[in-house]
Design a protein around this ligand. Structure first.
Ligand code: KIV
Ligand code: ZN
Length: 512
């Protein structure tokens, strides 16, 4: 029987560390459910000690997720570890992931600790954690740039204390596949008790090699866990992308000879959910989940695919959850058809109230747009105003006037803590006027650092999906809004970003 490759998803922890990708507790919960549907083995739900918000997110994910192990990150100190254990109490299967930096640069400049102190702290942390939870992962941060002799001492010691998984991060994305693979191999060969732990790879994508490095860690190094994120989300250039690494191991099973438990048909829905929640748009030519990943533009390719699809296709689009861009529902569709389509798309709304709210929005959209595609439905359920009673700001209505040669004007009605207010403004264009009308009332003073519009289903009849990134007091958040009217979509995106600014608490940085 082939070995199993464990898929450890860190979208909700390392992915969320990407500037602007911070998520609310409900958003994290929704993504965690999708990850469970994907049959991810381990979900790193957050960093419980970093903020009360993250503690609650880890706790609620631990209470709800039944089929995947739920993990919390924790620095190598008793307080963080106890907090992680507390948040994970309700989990069916819990893991604590504790880490401390081991590279000379990080120990000297960041931690201001000697190697002996780091060794002592790592050992103590694992000993303490092991008394609280049976499943302990240890990461030597910046492991790949650490001195191999010192790393061997640290890893041997933490395995002796009971660490069950050893994860070797390439924290800054500096590795090269062959070198990283051999690095893991040599650690495993040199450490006498290395067979007592599962070895894991964690690669960042600064040189665009996170997936290649992770696969080399598996093939050459013998690692049996890969840490990755949906869409490769993560700090700077991101992490190893789950969809790419999983499809590589599945498609080239002849080479890797490993089993992965992922139900790949939920990949595209997961990708869209993460993209719509964080506002990080997926590039069209992104492998597996990009809009063009299975599109054949050249005549020769199209001809070949029509004659025999494997002339140019190494994977089947439907195996990763792409459905034909067909009209799925319309104005006359009922609640049951809508609910069933949501289930087929892998979207589980938690309560009847949420289904009703989403259905009301669907009807509203169907009145304005005769053909509703899967992408429209996914955008609609990701729209925060589905659960708007919990949000501080909610969109109500907008009117705007623009005419050649005149300065556009907008009037917007929205809710602030449930109370309707309105704002009016002029602007350079209708979008500018609408956002200024919101700002005239809210006066957040936030700086807009990104504004982007994307047509969800590719034609002028489609919904526009707008991402707005705001920066305020050192925090960066993304808001996303969708509507057939891009001015309305922009106003929704702006309000969604304001909601995030309002709710995101200060955090302790994982690698700070
Ligand atoms: O990249 C890294 O080193 C990490 C650790 C905290 C595991 O994310
Ligand atoms: Zn990382």
């Amino acid at each position: 029987m082939a070995d199993k490759l464990i898929i450890f998803d860190t979208t909700l922890r390392d992915g969320e560390q990407s500037p602007g990708a911070s998520m609310t507790k409900d958003e994290k919960l929704r993504i965690a459910r999708q990850l469970e549907r994907l049959k991810v083995d381990v979900i790193e739900a957050g960093f419980a000690a970093s903020s009360n918000g993250d503690f609650e997110a880890v706790q609620s994910i631990a209470n709800v997720i039944k089929d995947s192990t739920v993990c919390s990150l924790s620095r190598a100190n008793d307080r963080d570890i106890a907090r992680a254990a507390e948040a994970l109490k309700g989990a069916n299967s819990a893991r604590i992931h504790t880490f401390i930096a081991t590279s000379p640069l990080h120990m000297e400049k960041k931690l201001r600790m000697t190697p002996e102190q780091v060794l002592e702290q790592a050992t103590q942390a694992v000993r303490f954690a092991r008394n609280l939870v049976g499943d302990i992962e240890f990461s030597p941060e910046d492991g790949y740039r650490s001195d191999p002799d010192f790393l061997c001492r640290v890893l041997e010691a933490v395995i002796r204390e009971g660490a069950t998984t050893i994860n070797v991060p390439d924290t800054v994305g500096y590795a090269i596949p062959e070198l990283y693979g051999n690095f893991i191999k040599s650690l495993r060969e040199r450490i006498p008790n290395s067979d007592k732990a599962i070895w894991s790879v964690h690669c960042h994508n600064d040189l665009g090699m996170a997936v290649a490095n992770s696969l080399a860690g598996v093939k050459i190094g013998g690692a049996r866990q890969i840490e990755c994120t949906i869409n490769g989300l993560g700090e700077r250039a991101g992490n190893c992308s789950l969809e790419e690494v999983v499809m590589a191991v599945k498609t080239r099973r002849d080479y890797f000879g490993l089993d992965v438990g992922i139900d790949t048909q939920h990949i595209v829905a997961a990708s869209r959910m993460v993209s719509q929640t964080t506002g990080f748009v997926v590039q069209p030519n992104k492998a597996v989940v990009g809009a063009n990943a299975f599109a054949h533009a050249s005549g020769i390719h199209q001809d070949g695919v029509l004659k025999a699809r494997d002339t140019y296709e190494i994977m089947r689009a439907e195996d990763v959850g792409w459905t034909a861009n067909k009209i799925v529902l319309g104005k006359l569709s009922g609640r049951n058809a809508f609910k069933q389509r949501l289930q087929e798309l892998g979207v589980a709304l938690e309560s009847e109230g949420e289904i009703n709210a989403a259905f009301a929005k669907f009807k509203e959209l169907a009145d304005r747009k005769s053909e509703i595609f899967d992408e429209d439905i996914l955008a609609l359920v990701s729209d925060e105003s589905v659960s708007s009673e919990k949000e501080r700001y909610g969109f109500v209505s907008l009117s705007q006037h623009s005419e050649t040669g005149e300065r556009p004007q907008a009037r917007i009605v929205f809710t602030v803590a449930g109370k309707e207010v309105q704002g009016t403004s002029e602007g350079n264009g209708p979008v500018d006027a609408s956002l200024k009308a919101i700002e005239a009332h809210v006066q957040s003073g936030a700086e807009m650092v990104l504004y982007s519009v994307n047509a969800i289903s590719g034609s002028t009849e489609s919904q526009g999906e707008v991402t707005v990134r705001l920066q305020s007091a050192g925090r960066v958040v993304n808001g996303v809004g969708a509507d057939p009217d891009i001015v309305v979509a922009s106003a929704k995106a702006y309000l969604s970003a304001l909601n995030k600014l309002h709710s995101t608490a200060e955090r302790v940085a994982a690698q700070g």
